[in-house]
Ligand binder design. Structure first.
Ligand SMILES: CC(C)(COP(=O)(O)OP(=O)(O)OC[C@H]1O[C@@H](n2cnc3c(N)ncnc32)[C@H](O)[C@@H]1OP(=O)(O)O)[C@@H](O)C(=O)NCCC(=O)NCCS
Length: 135
């Protein structure tokens, strides 16, 4: 819990305010309940590229909410920063996540073989990318 608390406190939430944050996170609320979060991390100021990650509470998955909150993140990131490109890394068996990114316009750019270790077992990772002009 303490580790989690420290990590959340270190994350920023206002892109316009700048600051020295390595990552930014926003929580998604539906009818006063937090149902997921989106974050922008791995921000490379020189290359103008950053990574998106996201999650929706299990009870709220499969209702289109993931697609909505990631679309909002993409809009916000391109509107409030000069980032050129957003990327996402997805386990190749994570079909909902791959579908979500493709629906928003992300293109599959790479396949990293046995890049993850999940419960000690190697797993493949797909790299997706979205250029500013495609958003
Ligand atoms: C990935 C995740 C954010 C998707 O959120 P969600 O709200 O369920 O997604 P949506 O309802 O917007 O659906 C997105 C797509 O996935 C599909 N989908 C959703 N649940 C699915 C399931 N159980 N099996 C297959 N496809 C599924 C939807 O049909 C949709 O595809 P479509 O546009 O072709 O119809 C959610 O599953 C999650 O939080 N997973 C755990 C964390 C995670 O994997 N994060 C991403 C790490 S890269």
């Amino acid at each position: 819990m303490e580790e989690c608390r420290k990590r959340l406190l270190a994350e920023g939430h206002s892109l316009k305010a700048g600051g020295n944050h390595e990552s930014f996170r926003w929580f998604a609320k539906l009818e006063k309940k937090i149902i997921g979060s989106v974050s922008l991390n791995g921000i490379n100021e020189m290359m103008k590229v950053a990574e998106v990650s996201y999650g929706v509470d299990e009870d709220f998955q499969g209702r289109g909410l993931g697609t909505i909150i990631v679309s909002m993140l993409v809009k916000k990131a391109f509107a409030e920063t000069d980032l050129r490109k957003l990327i996402a890394y997805v386990h190749d068996k994570n079909i909902p996540s791959c579908r979500l990114l493709e629906r928003i316009g992300f293109k599959k750019e790479g396949f990293l073989r046995e890049h993850y270790l999940i419960n000690g077992k190697p797993a493949n990772e797909v790299v997706y990318g979205l250029l500013r002009a495609e958003a």
